[in-house]
Design a protein around this ligand. Structure first.
Ligand SMILES: C[S@@+](CC[C@H](N)C(=O)[O-])C[C@H]1O[C@@H](n2cnc3c(N)ncnc32)[C@H](O)[C@@H]1O
Length: 137
């Protein structure tokens, strides 16, 4: 692994937006972690400026709708990917470098019951080569 890739992984493994922090905030606002819906997670799981409005703006520009195949590069903890799957019915494959974030994304996706609509998260860069998608996120 190159030094640059190692540094990126190191940075995001220590990043303040993590599965643990998201669940702590969610528990503080909801009181418990039973029967969590995607909408309850969305205020906490978007790791970009503009939040859900930015997702909607990009989804409109890319004409994302039911069944659109989306490759979400740098998917993080899967917030935008879950949003596109839930709100638009897109078939999303997240591509993410940092193993802790891949694991976190998979756990959060299971927590809200989207594991059957959200295609998969894969950690490896080689996955780029075999992705076939109608949209790039
Ligand atoms: C700022 S976060 C954005 C996460 C997500 N897109 C969101 O908006 O919630 C950037 C993510 O890109 C990932 N990343 C950085 N370089 C990458 C690469 N070369 N391939 C895949 N993921 C990468 C990081 O591990 C990090 O999780």
């Amino acid at each position: 692994m190159s030094t640059e890739i190692g540094s990126v992984i190191d940075f995001f493994e220590r990043h303040p937006i993590s599965r643990e922090i998201i669940l702590t905030k969610l528990k503080a606002s909801k009181g418990h972690l039973d029967r969590v819906s995607p909408e309850e997670l969305f205020p906490h799981d978007q790791d970009h400026y503009g939040g859900l409005d930015a997702n909607d703006a990009l989804a409109a520009r890319a004409a994302i709708g039911k069944g659109t195949r989306v490759a979400d590069f740098c998917a993080g903890l899967g917030g935008p990917a879950r949003y596109l799957a839930y709100r638009y019915g897109a078939d999303v494959t997240g591509v993410e470098l940092t193993p802790a974030r891949v694991k976190g994304a998979e756990e959060l996706t299971r927590l809200v019951g989207l594991q059957n609509t959200f295609a998969s998260l894969k950690a490896m860069l080689w996955r780029y080569r075999c992705l076939i998608a109608a949209s790039m996120w």
